[in-house]
Design a protein around this ligand. Structure first.
Ligand code: PMP
Length: 426
């Protein structure tokens, strides 16, 4: 038994599934998880000393690569001033202004500690602002684990085959309407059914929790139009796509202006940060300026703000997003070419620094039902082959992959060569 297996055994006695977040347990691919010792650049290292090229990047935040020297040094300096005060600091104002300058639809912002908190709070705000109760979400989209959002959700909820979770009262989800991703008609019908009851649409603009499924441009612009027509708010959940598919997120990529945006992952530079923001008129309705309550003991934590500010400052550099997009295209096109050479049915989706791999006959994967047609058993075999060859993808066929600035030709070529050896065996 190696160290990871030993640790997993110990962990399973004290933590459900041996983990603090379900997909990490490898249930989606079989086998047992590798335990990580450290990470640097494009690599993570397990407790047995093996290195892996990492396409998980802590599920998105590590877009600059692991252990980035500037972030490490800024955080080290910040730590020496105390860890938390629960009182306002200058670094919160600096990060807030930086985010607003990168994503202009965010006129005002509030920091929280996770993506889940960001979406929960944005929805409360939307409901309070519009004085309406219903919300629309899409099948296969995941917005964190709030009760009323765990309805036909993606990510771990898909991996584990429980789109809705026990423990969520039916009463709590009765205001959640579920529509089909990339299917504007399904949304229109709901608005026609409840013209004055829908507070908001919440959408992943590039769905990254049912593998990777980009929205069609006309779908996103259609959502904007329907919201305007019926007086509902458009909430774009950019927890994953923010600062990833473009510096200004998917709203820049699709050229759409939401009422509210949810952020997470990259905004914390690897520390636990989430945020939601948008039109000032709406944001002013939050306590203490308005009546809609939202709060957090550690919100705006100075160490987390420092990490986030340093990361976003670096991402502001010219050329970074072109490099990220080029690397992602190089990887996906390389994998597709290798699969084709060996007649393996295989499709890739990618936008900016985010990608998805599907073993499927479907020509184009644009919906939840397309995703469900992919060959999960083959993905599992692929997964373990890649792991043996030192390549770490997300351990589930329903998660997106993430490119970082630290991934160079060397890592990308190794990944393609490894996959090629797998395709050859089929
Ligand atoms: N929204 C989206 C689009 C996400 O991808 C996630 C997490 N992967 C969340 C919300 C929830 O974020 P967190 O895990 O930080 O609570």
């Amino acid at each position: 038994m190696n160290k990871s297996e030993l640790l997993y055994q110990k962990a399973s006695h004290i933590m459900p599934g041996g983990v603090n977040s379900p997909v990490r347990a490898f249930n989606g691919v079989g086998g047992t998880p590798i335990f990580i010792q450290k990470a640097d650049g494009a690599y993570i290292y397990d407790v047995d000393g093996k290195a892996y090229i990492d396409y998980v990047g802590s599920w998105g935040p590590m877009i600059l690569g692991h252990n980035h020297p500037e972030i490490a040094s800024a955080v080290t300096k910040a730590i020496q001033q105390g860890l938390s005060y629960g009182a306002p600091t200058e670094i919160e104002v600096k990060l807030a202004n930086l985010v607003s300058s990168i994503i202009p639809s965010i006129e005002m912002i509030r920091m929280v500690n996770s993506g889940t908190e960001a979406t929960m709070s944005a929805i409360r705000l939307a409901r309070g602002f519009t004085k309406r109760d219903k919300i629309i979400k899409f099948e296969g989209c995941y917005h964190g684990h709030a009760d009323y959002l765990l309805v036909n959700a993606g990510s771990g909820a898909l991996t584990f085959g429980h789109p809705t979770s026990p423990g969520v009262p039916q009463d709590f989800v009765k205001h959640t309407l579920v529509c089909n991703y990339n299917d504007l008609n399904s949304v229109k019908q709901r608005f026609e059914q409840y013209p004055e009851e829908i507070a908001a649409i919440i959408v992943e603009p590039v769905a990254g929790n049912m593998n990777c499924v980009p929205a069609k441009s006309e779908f996103i612009s259609g959502l904007r139009q329907l919201c305007d027509e019926y007086g509902a708010l458009l909430i774009i959940d950019e927890v994953m796509t923010g600062f990833r598919v473009a510096l200004g997120g998917a709203q820049e990529y699709y050229d759409v202006i939401p009422d509210l945006t949810c952020l997470g992952k990259i905004i914390g530079g690897g520390m636990p940060v989430g945020a939601f923001g948008g039109r000032a008129e709406i944001m002013q309705q939050l306590a203490p300026t308005g009546p809609i309550y939202q709060a957090g003991t550690l919100s705006g934590n100075p160490i987390a703000m420092t990490a986030g500010f340093t990361a976003l400052n670096r991402l502001n550099d010219v050329g970074i997003y072109q490099q990220l997009a080029d690397s992602t295209a190089q990887l996906c096109e390389g994998l597709s070419y290798a699969a084709k050479r060996h007649n393996v049915p295989f499709v890739t989706n990618y936008v900016g620094a985010m990608f998805g791999l599907f073993f499927t006959d479907v020509e184009e994967v644009t919906s939840y039902s397309d995703v469900m047609k992919s060959n999960i058993e083959l993905f599992k075999k692929f997964y373990h082959h890649m792991l043996l060859e030192g390549v770490y993808f997300a351990p589930s066929a329903f998660e997106a992959g993430f490119m970082s600035l630290a991934h160079s030709d060397r890592e990308i070529n190794h990944t393609i060569d490894s996959a090629n050896r797998f395709f050859k065996t089929l």
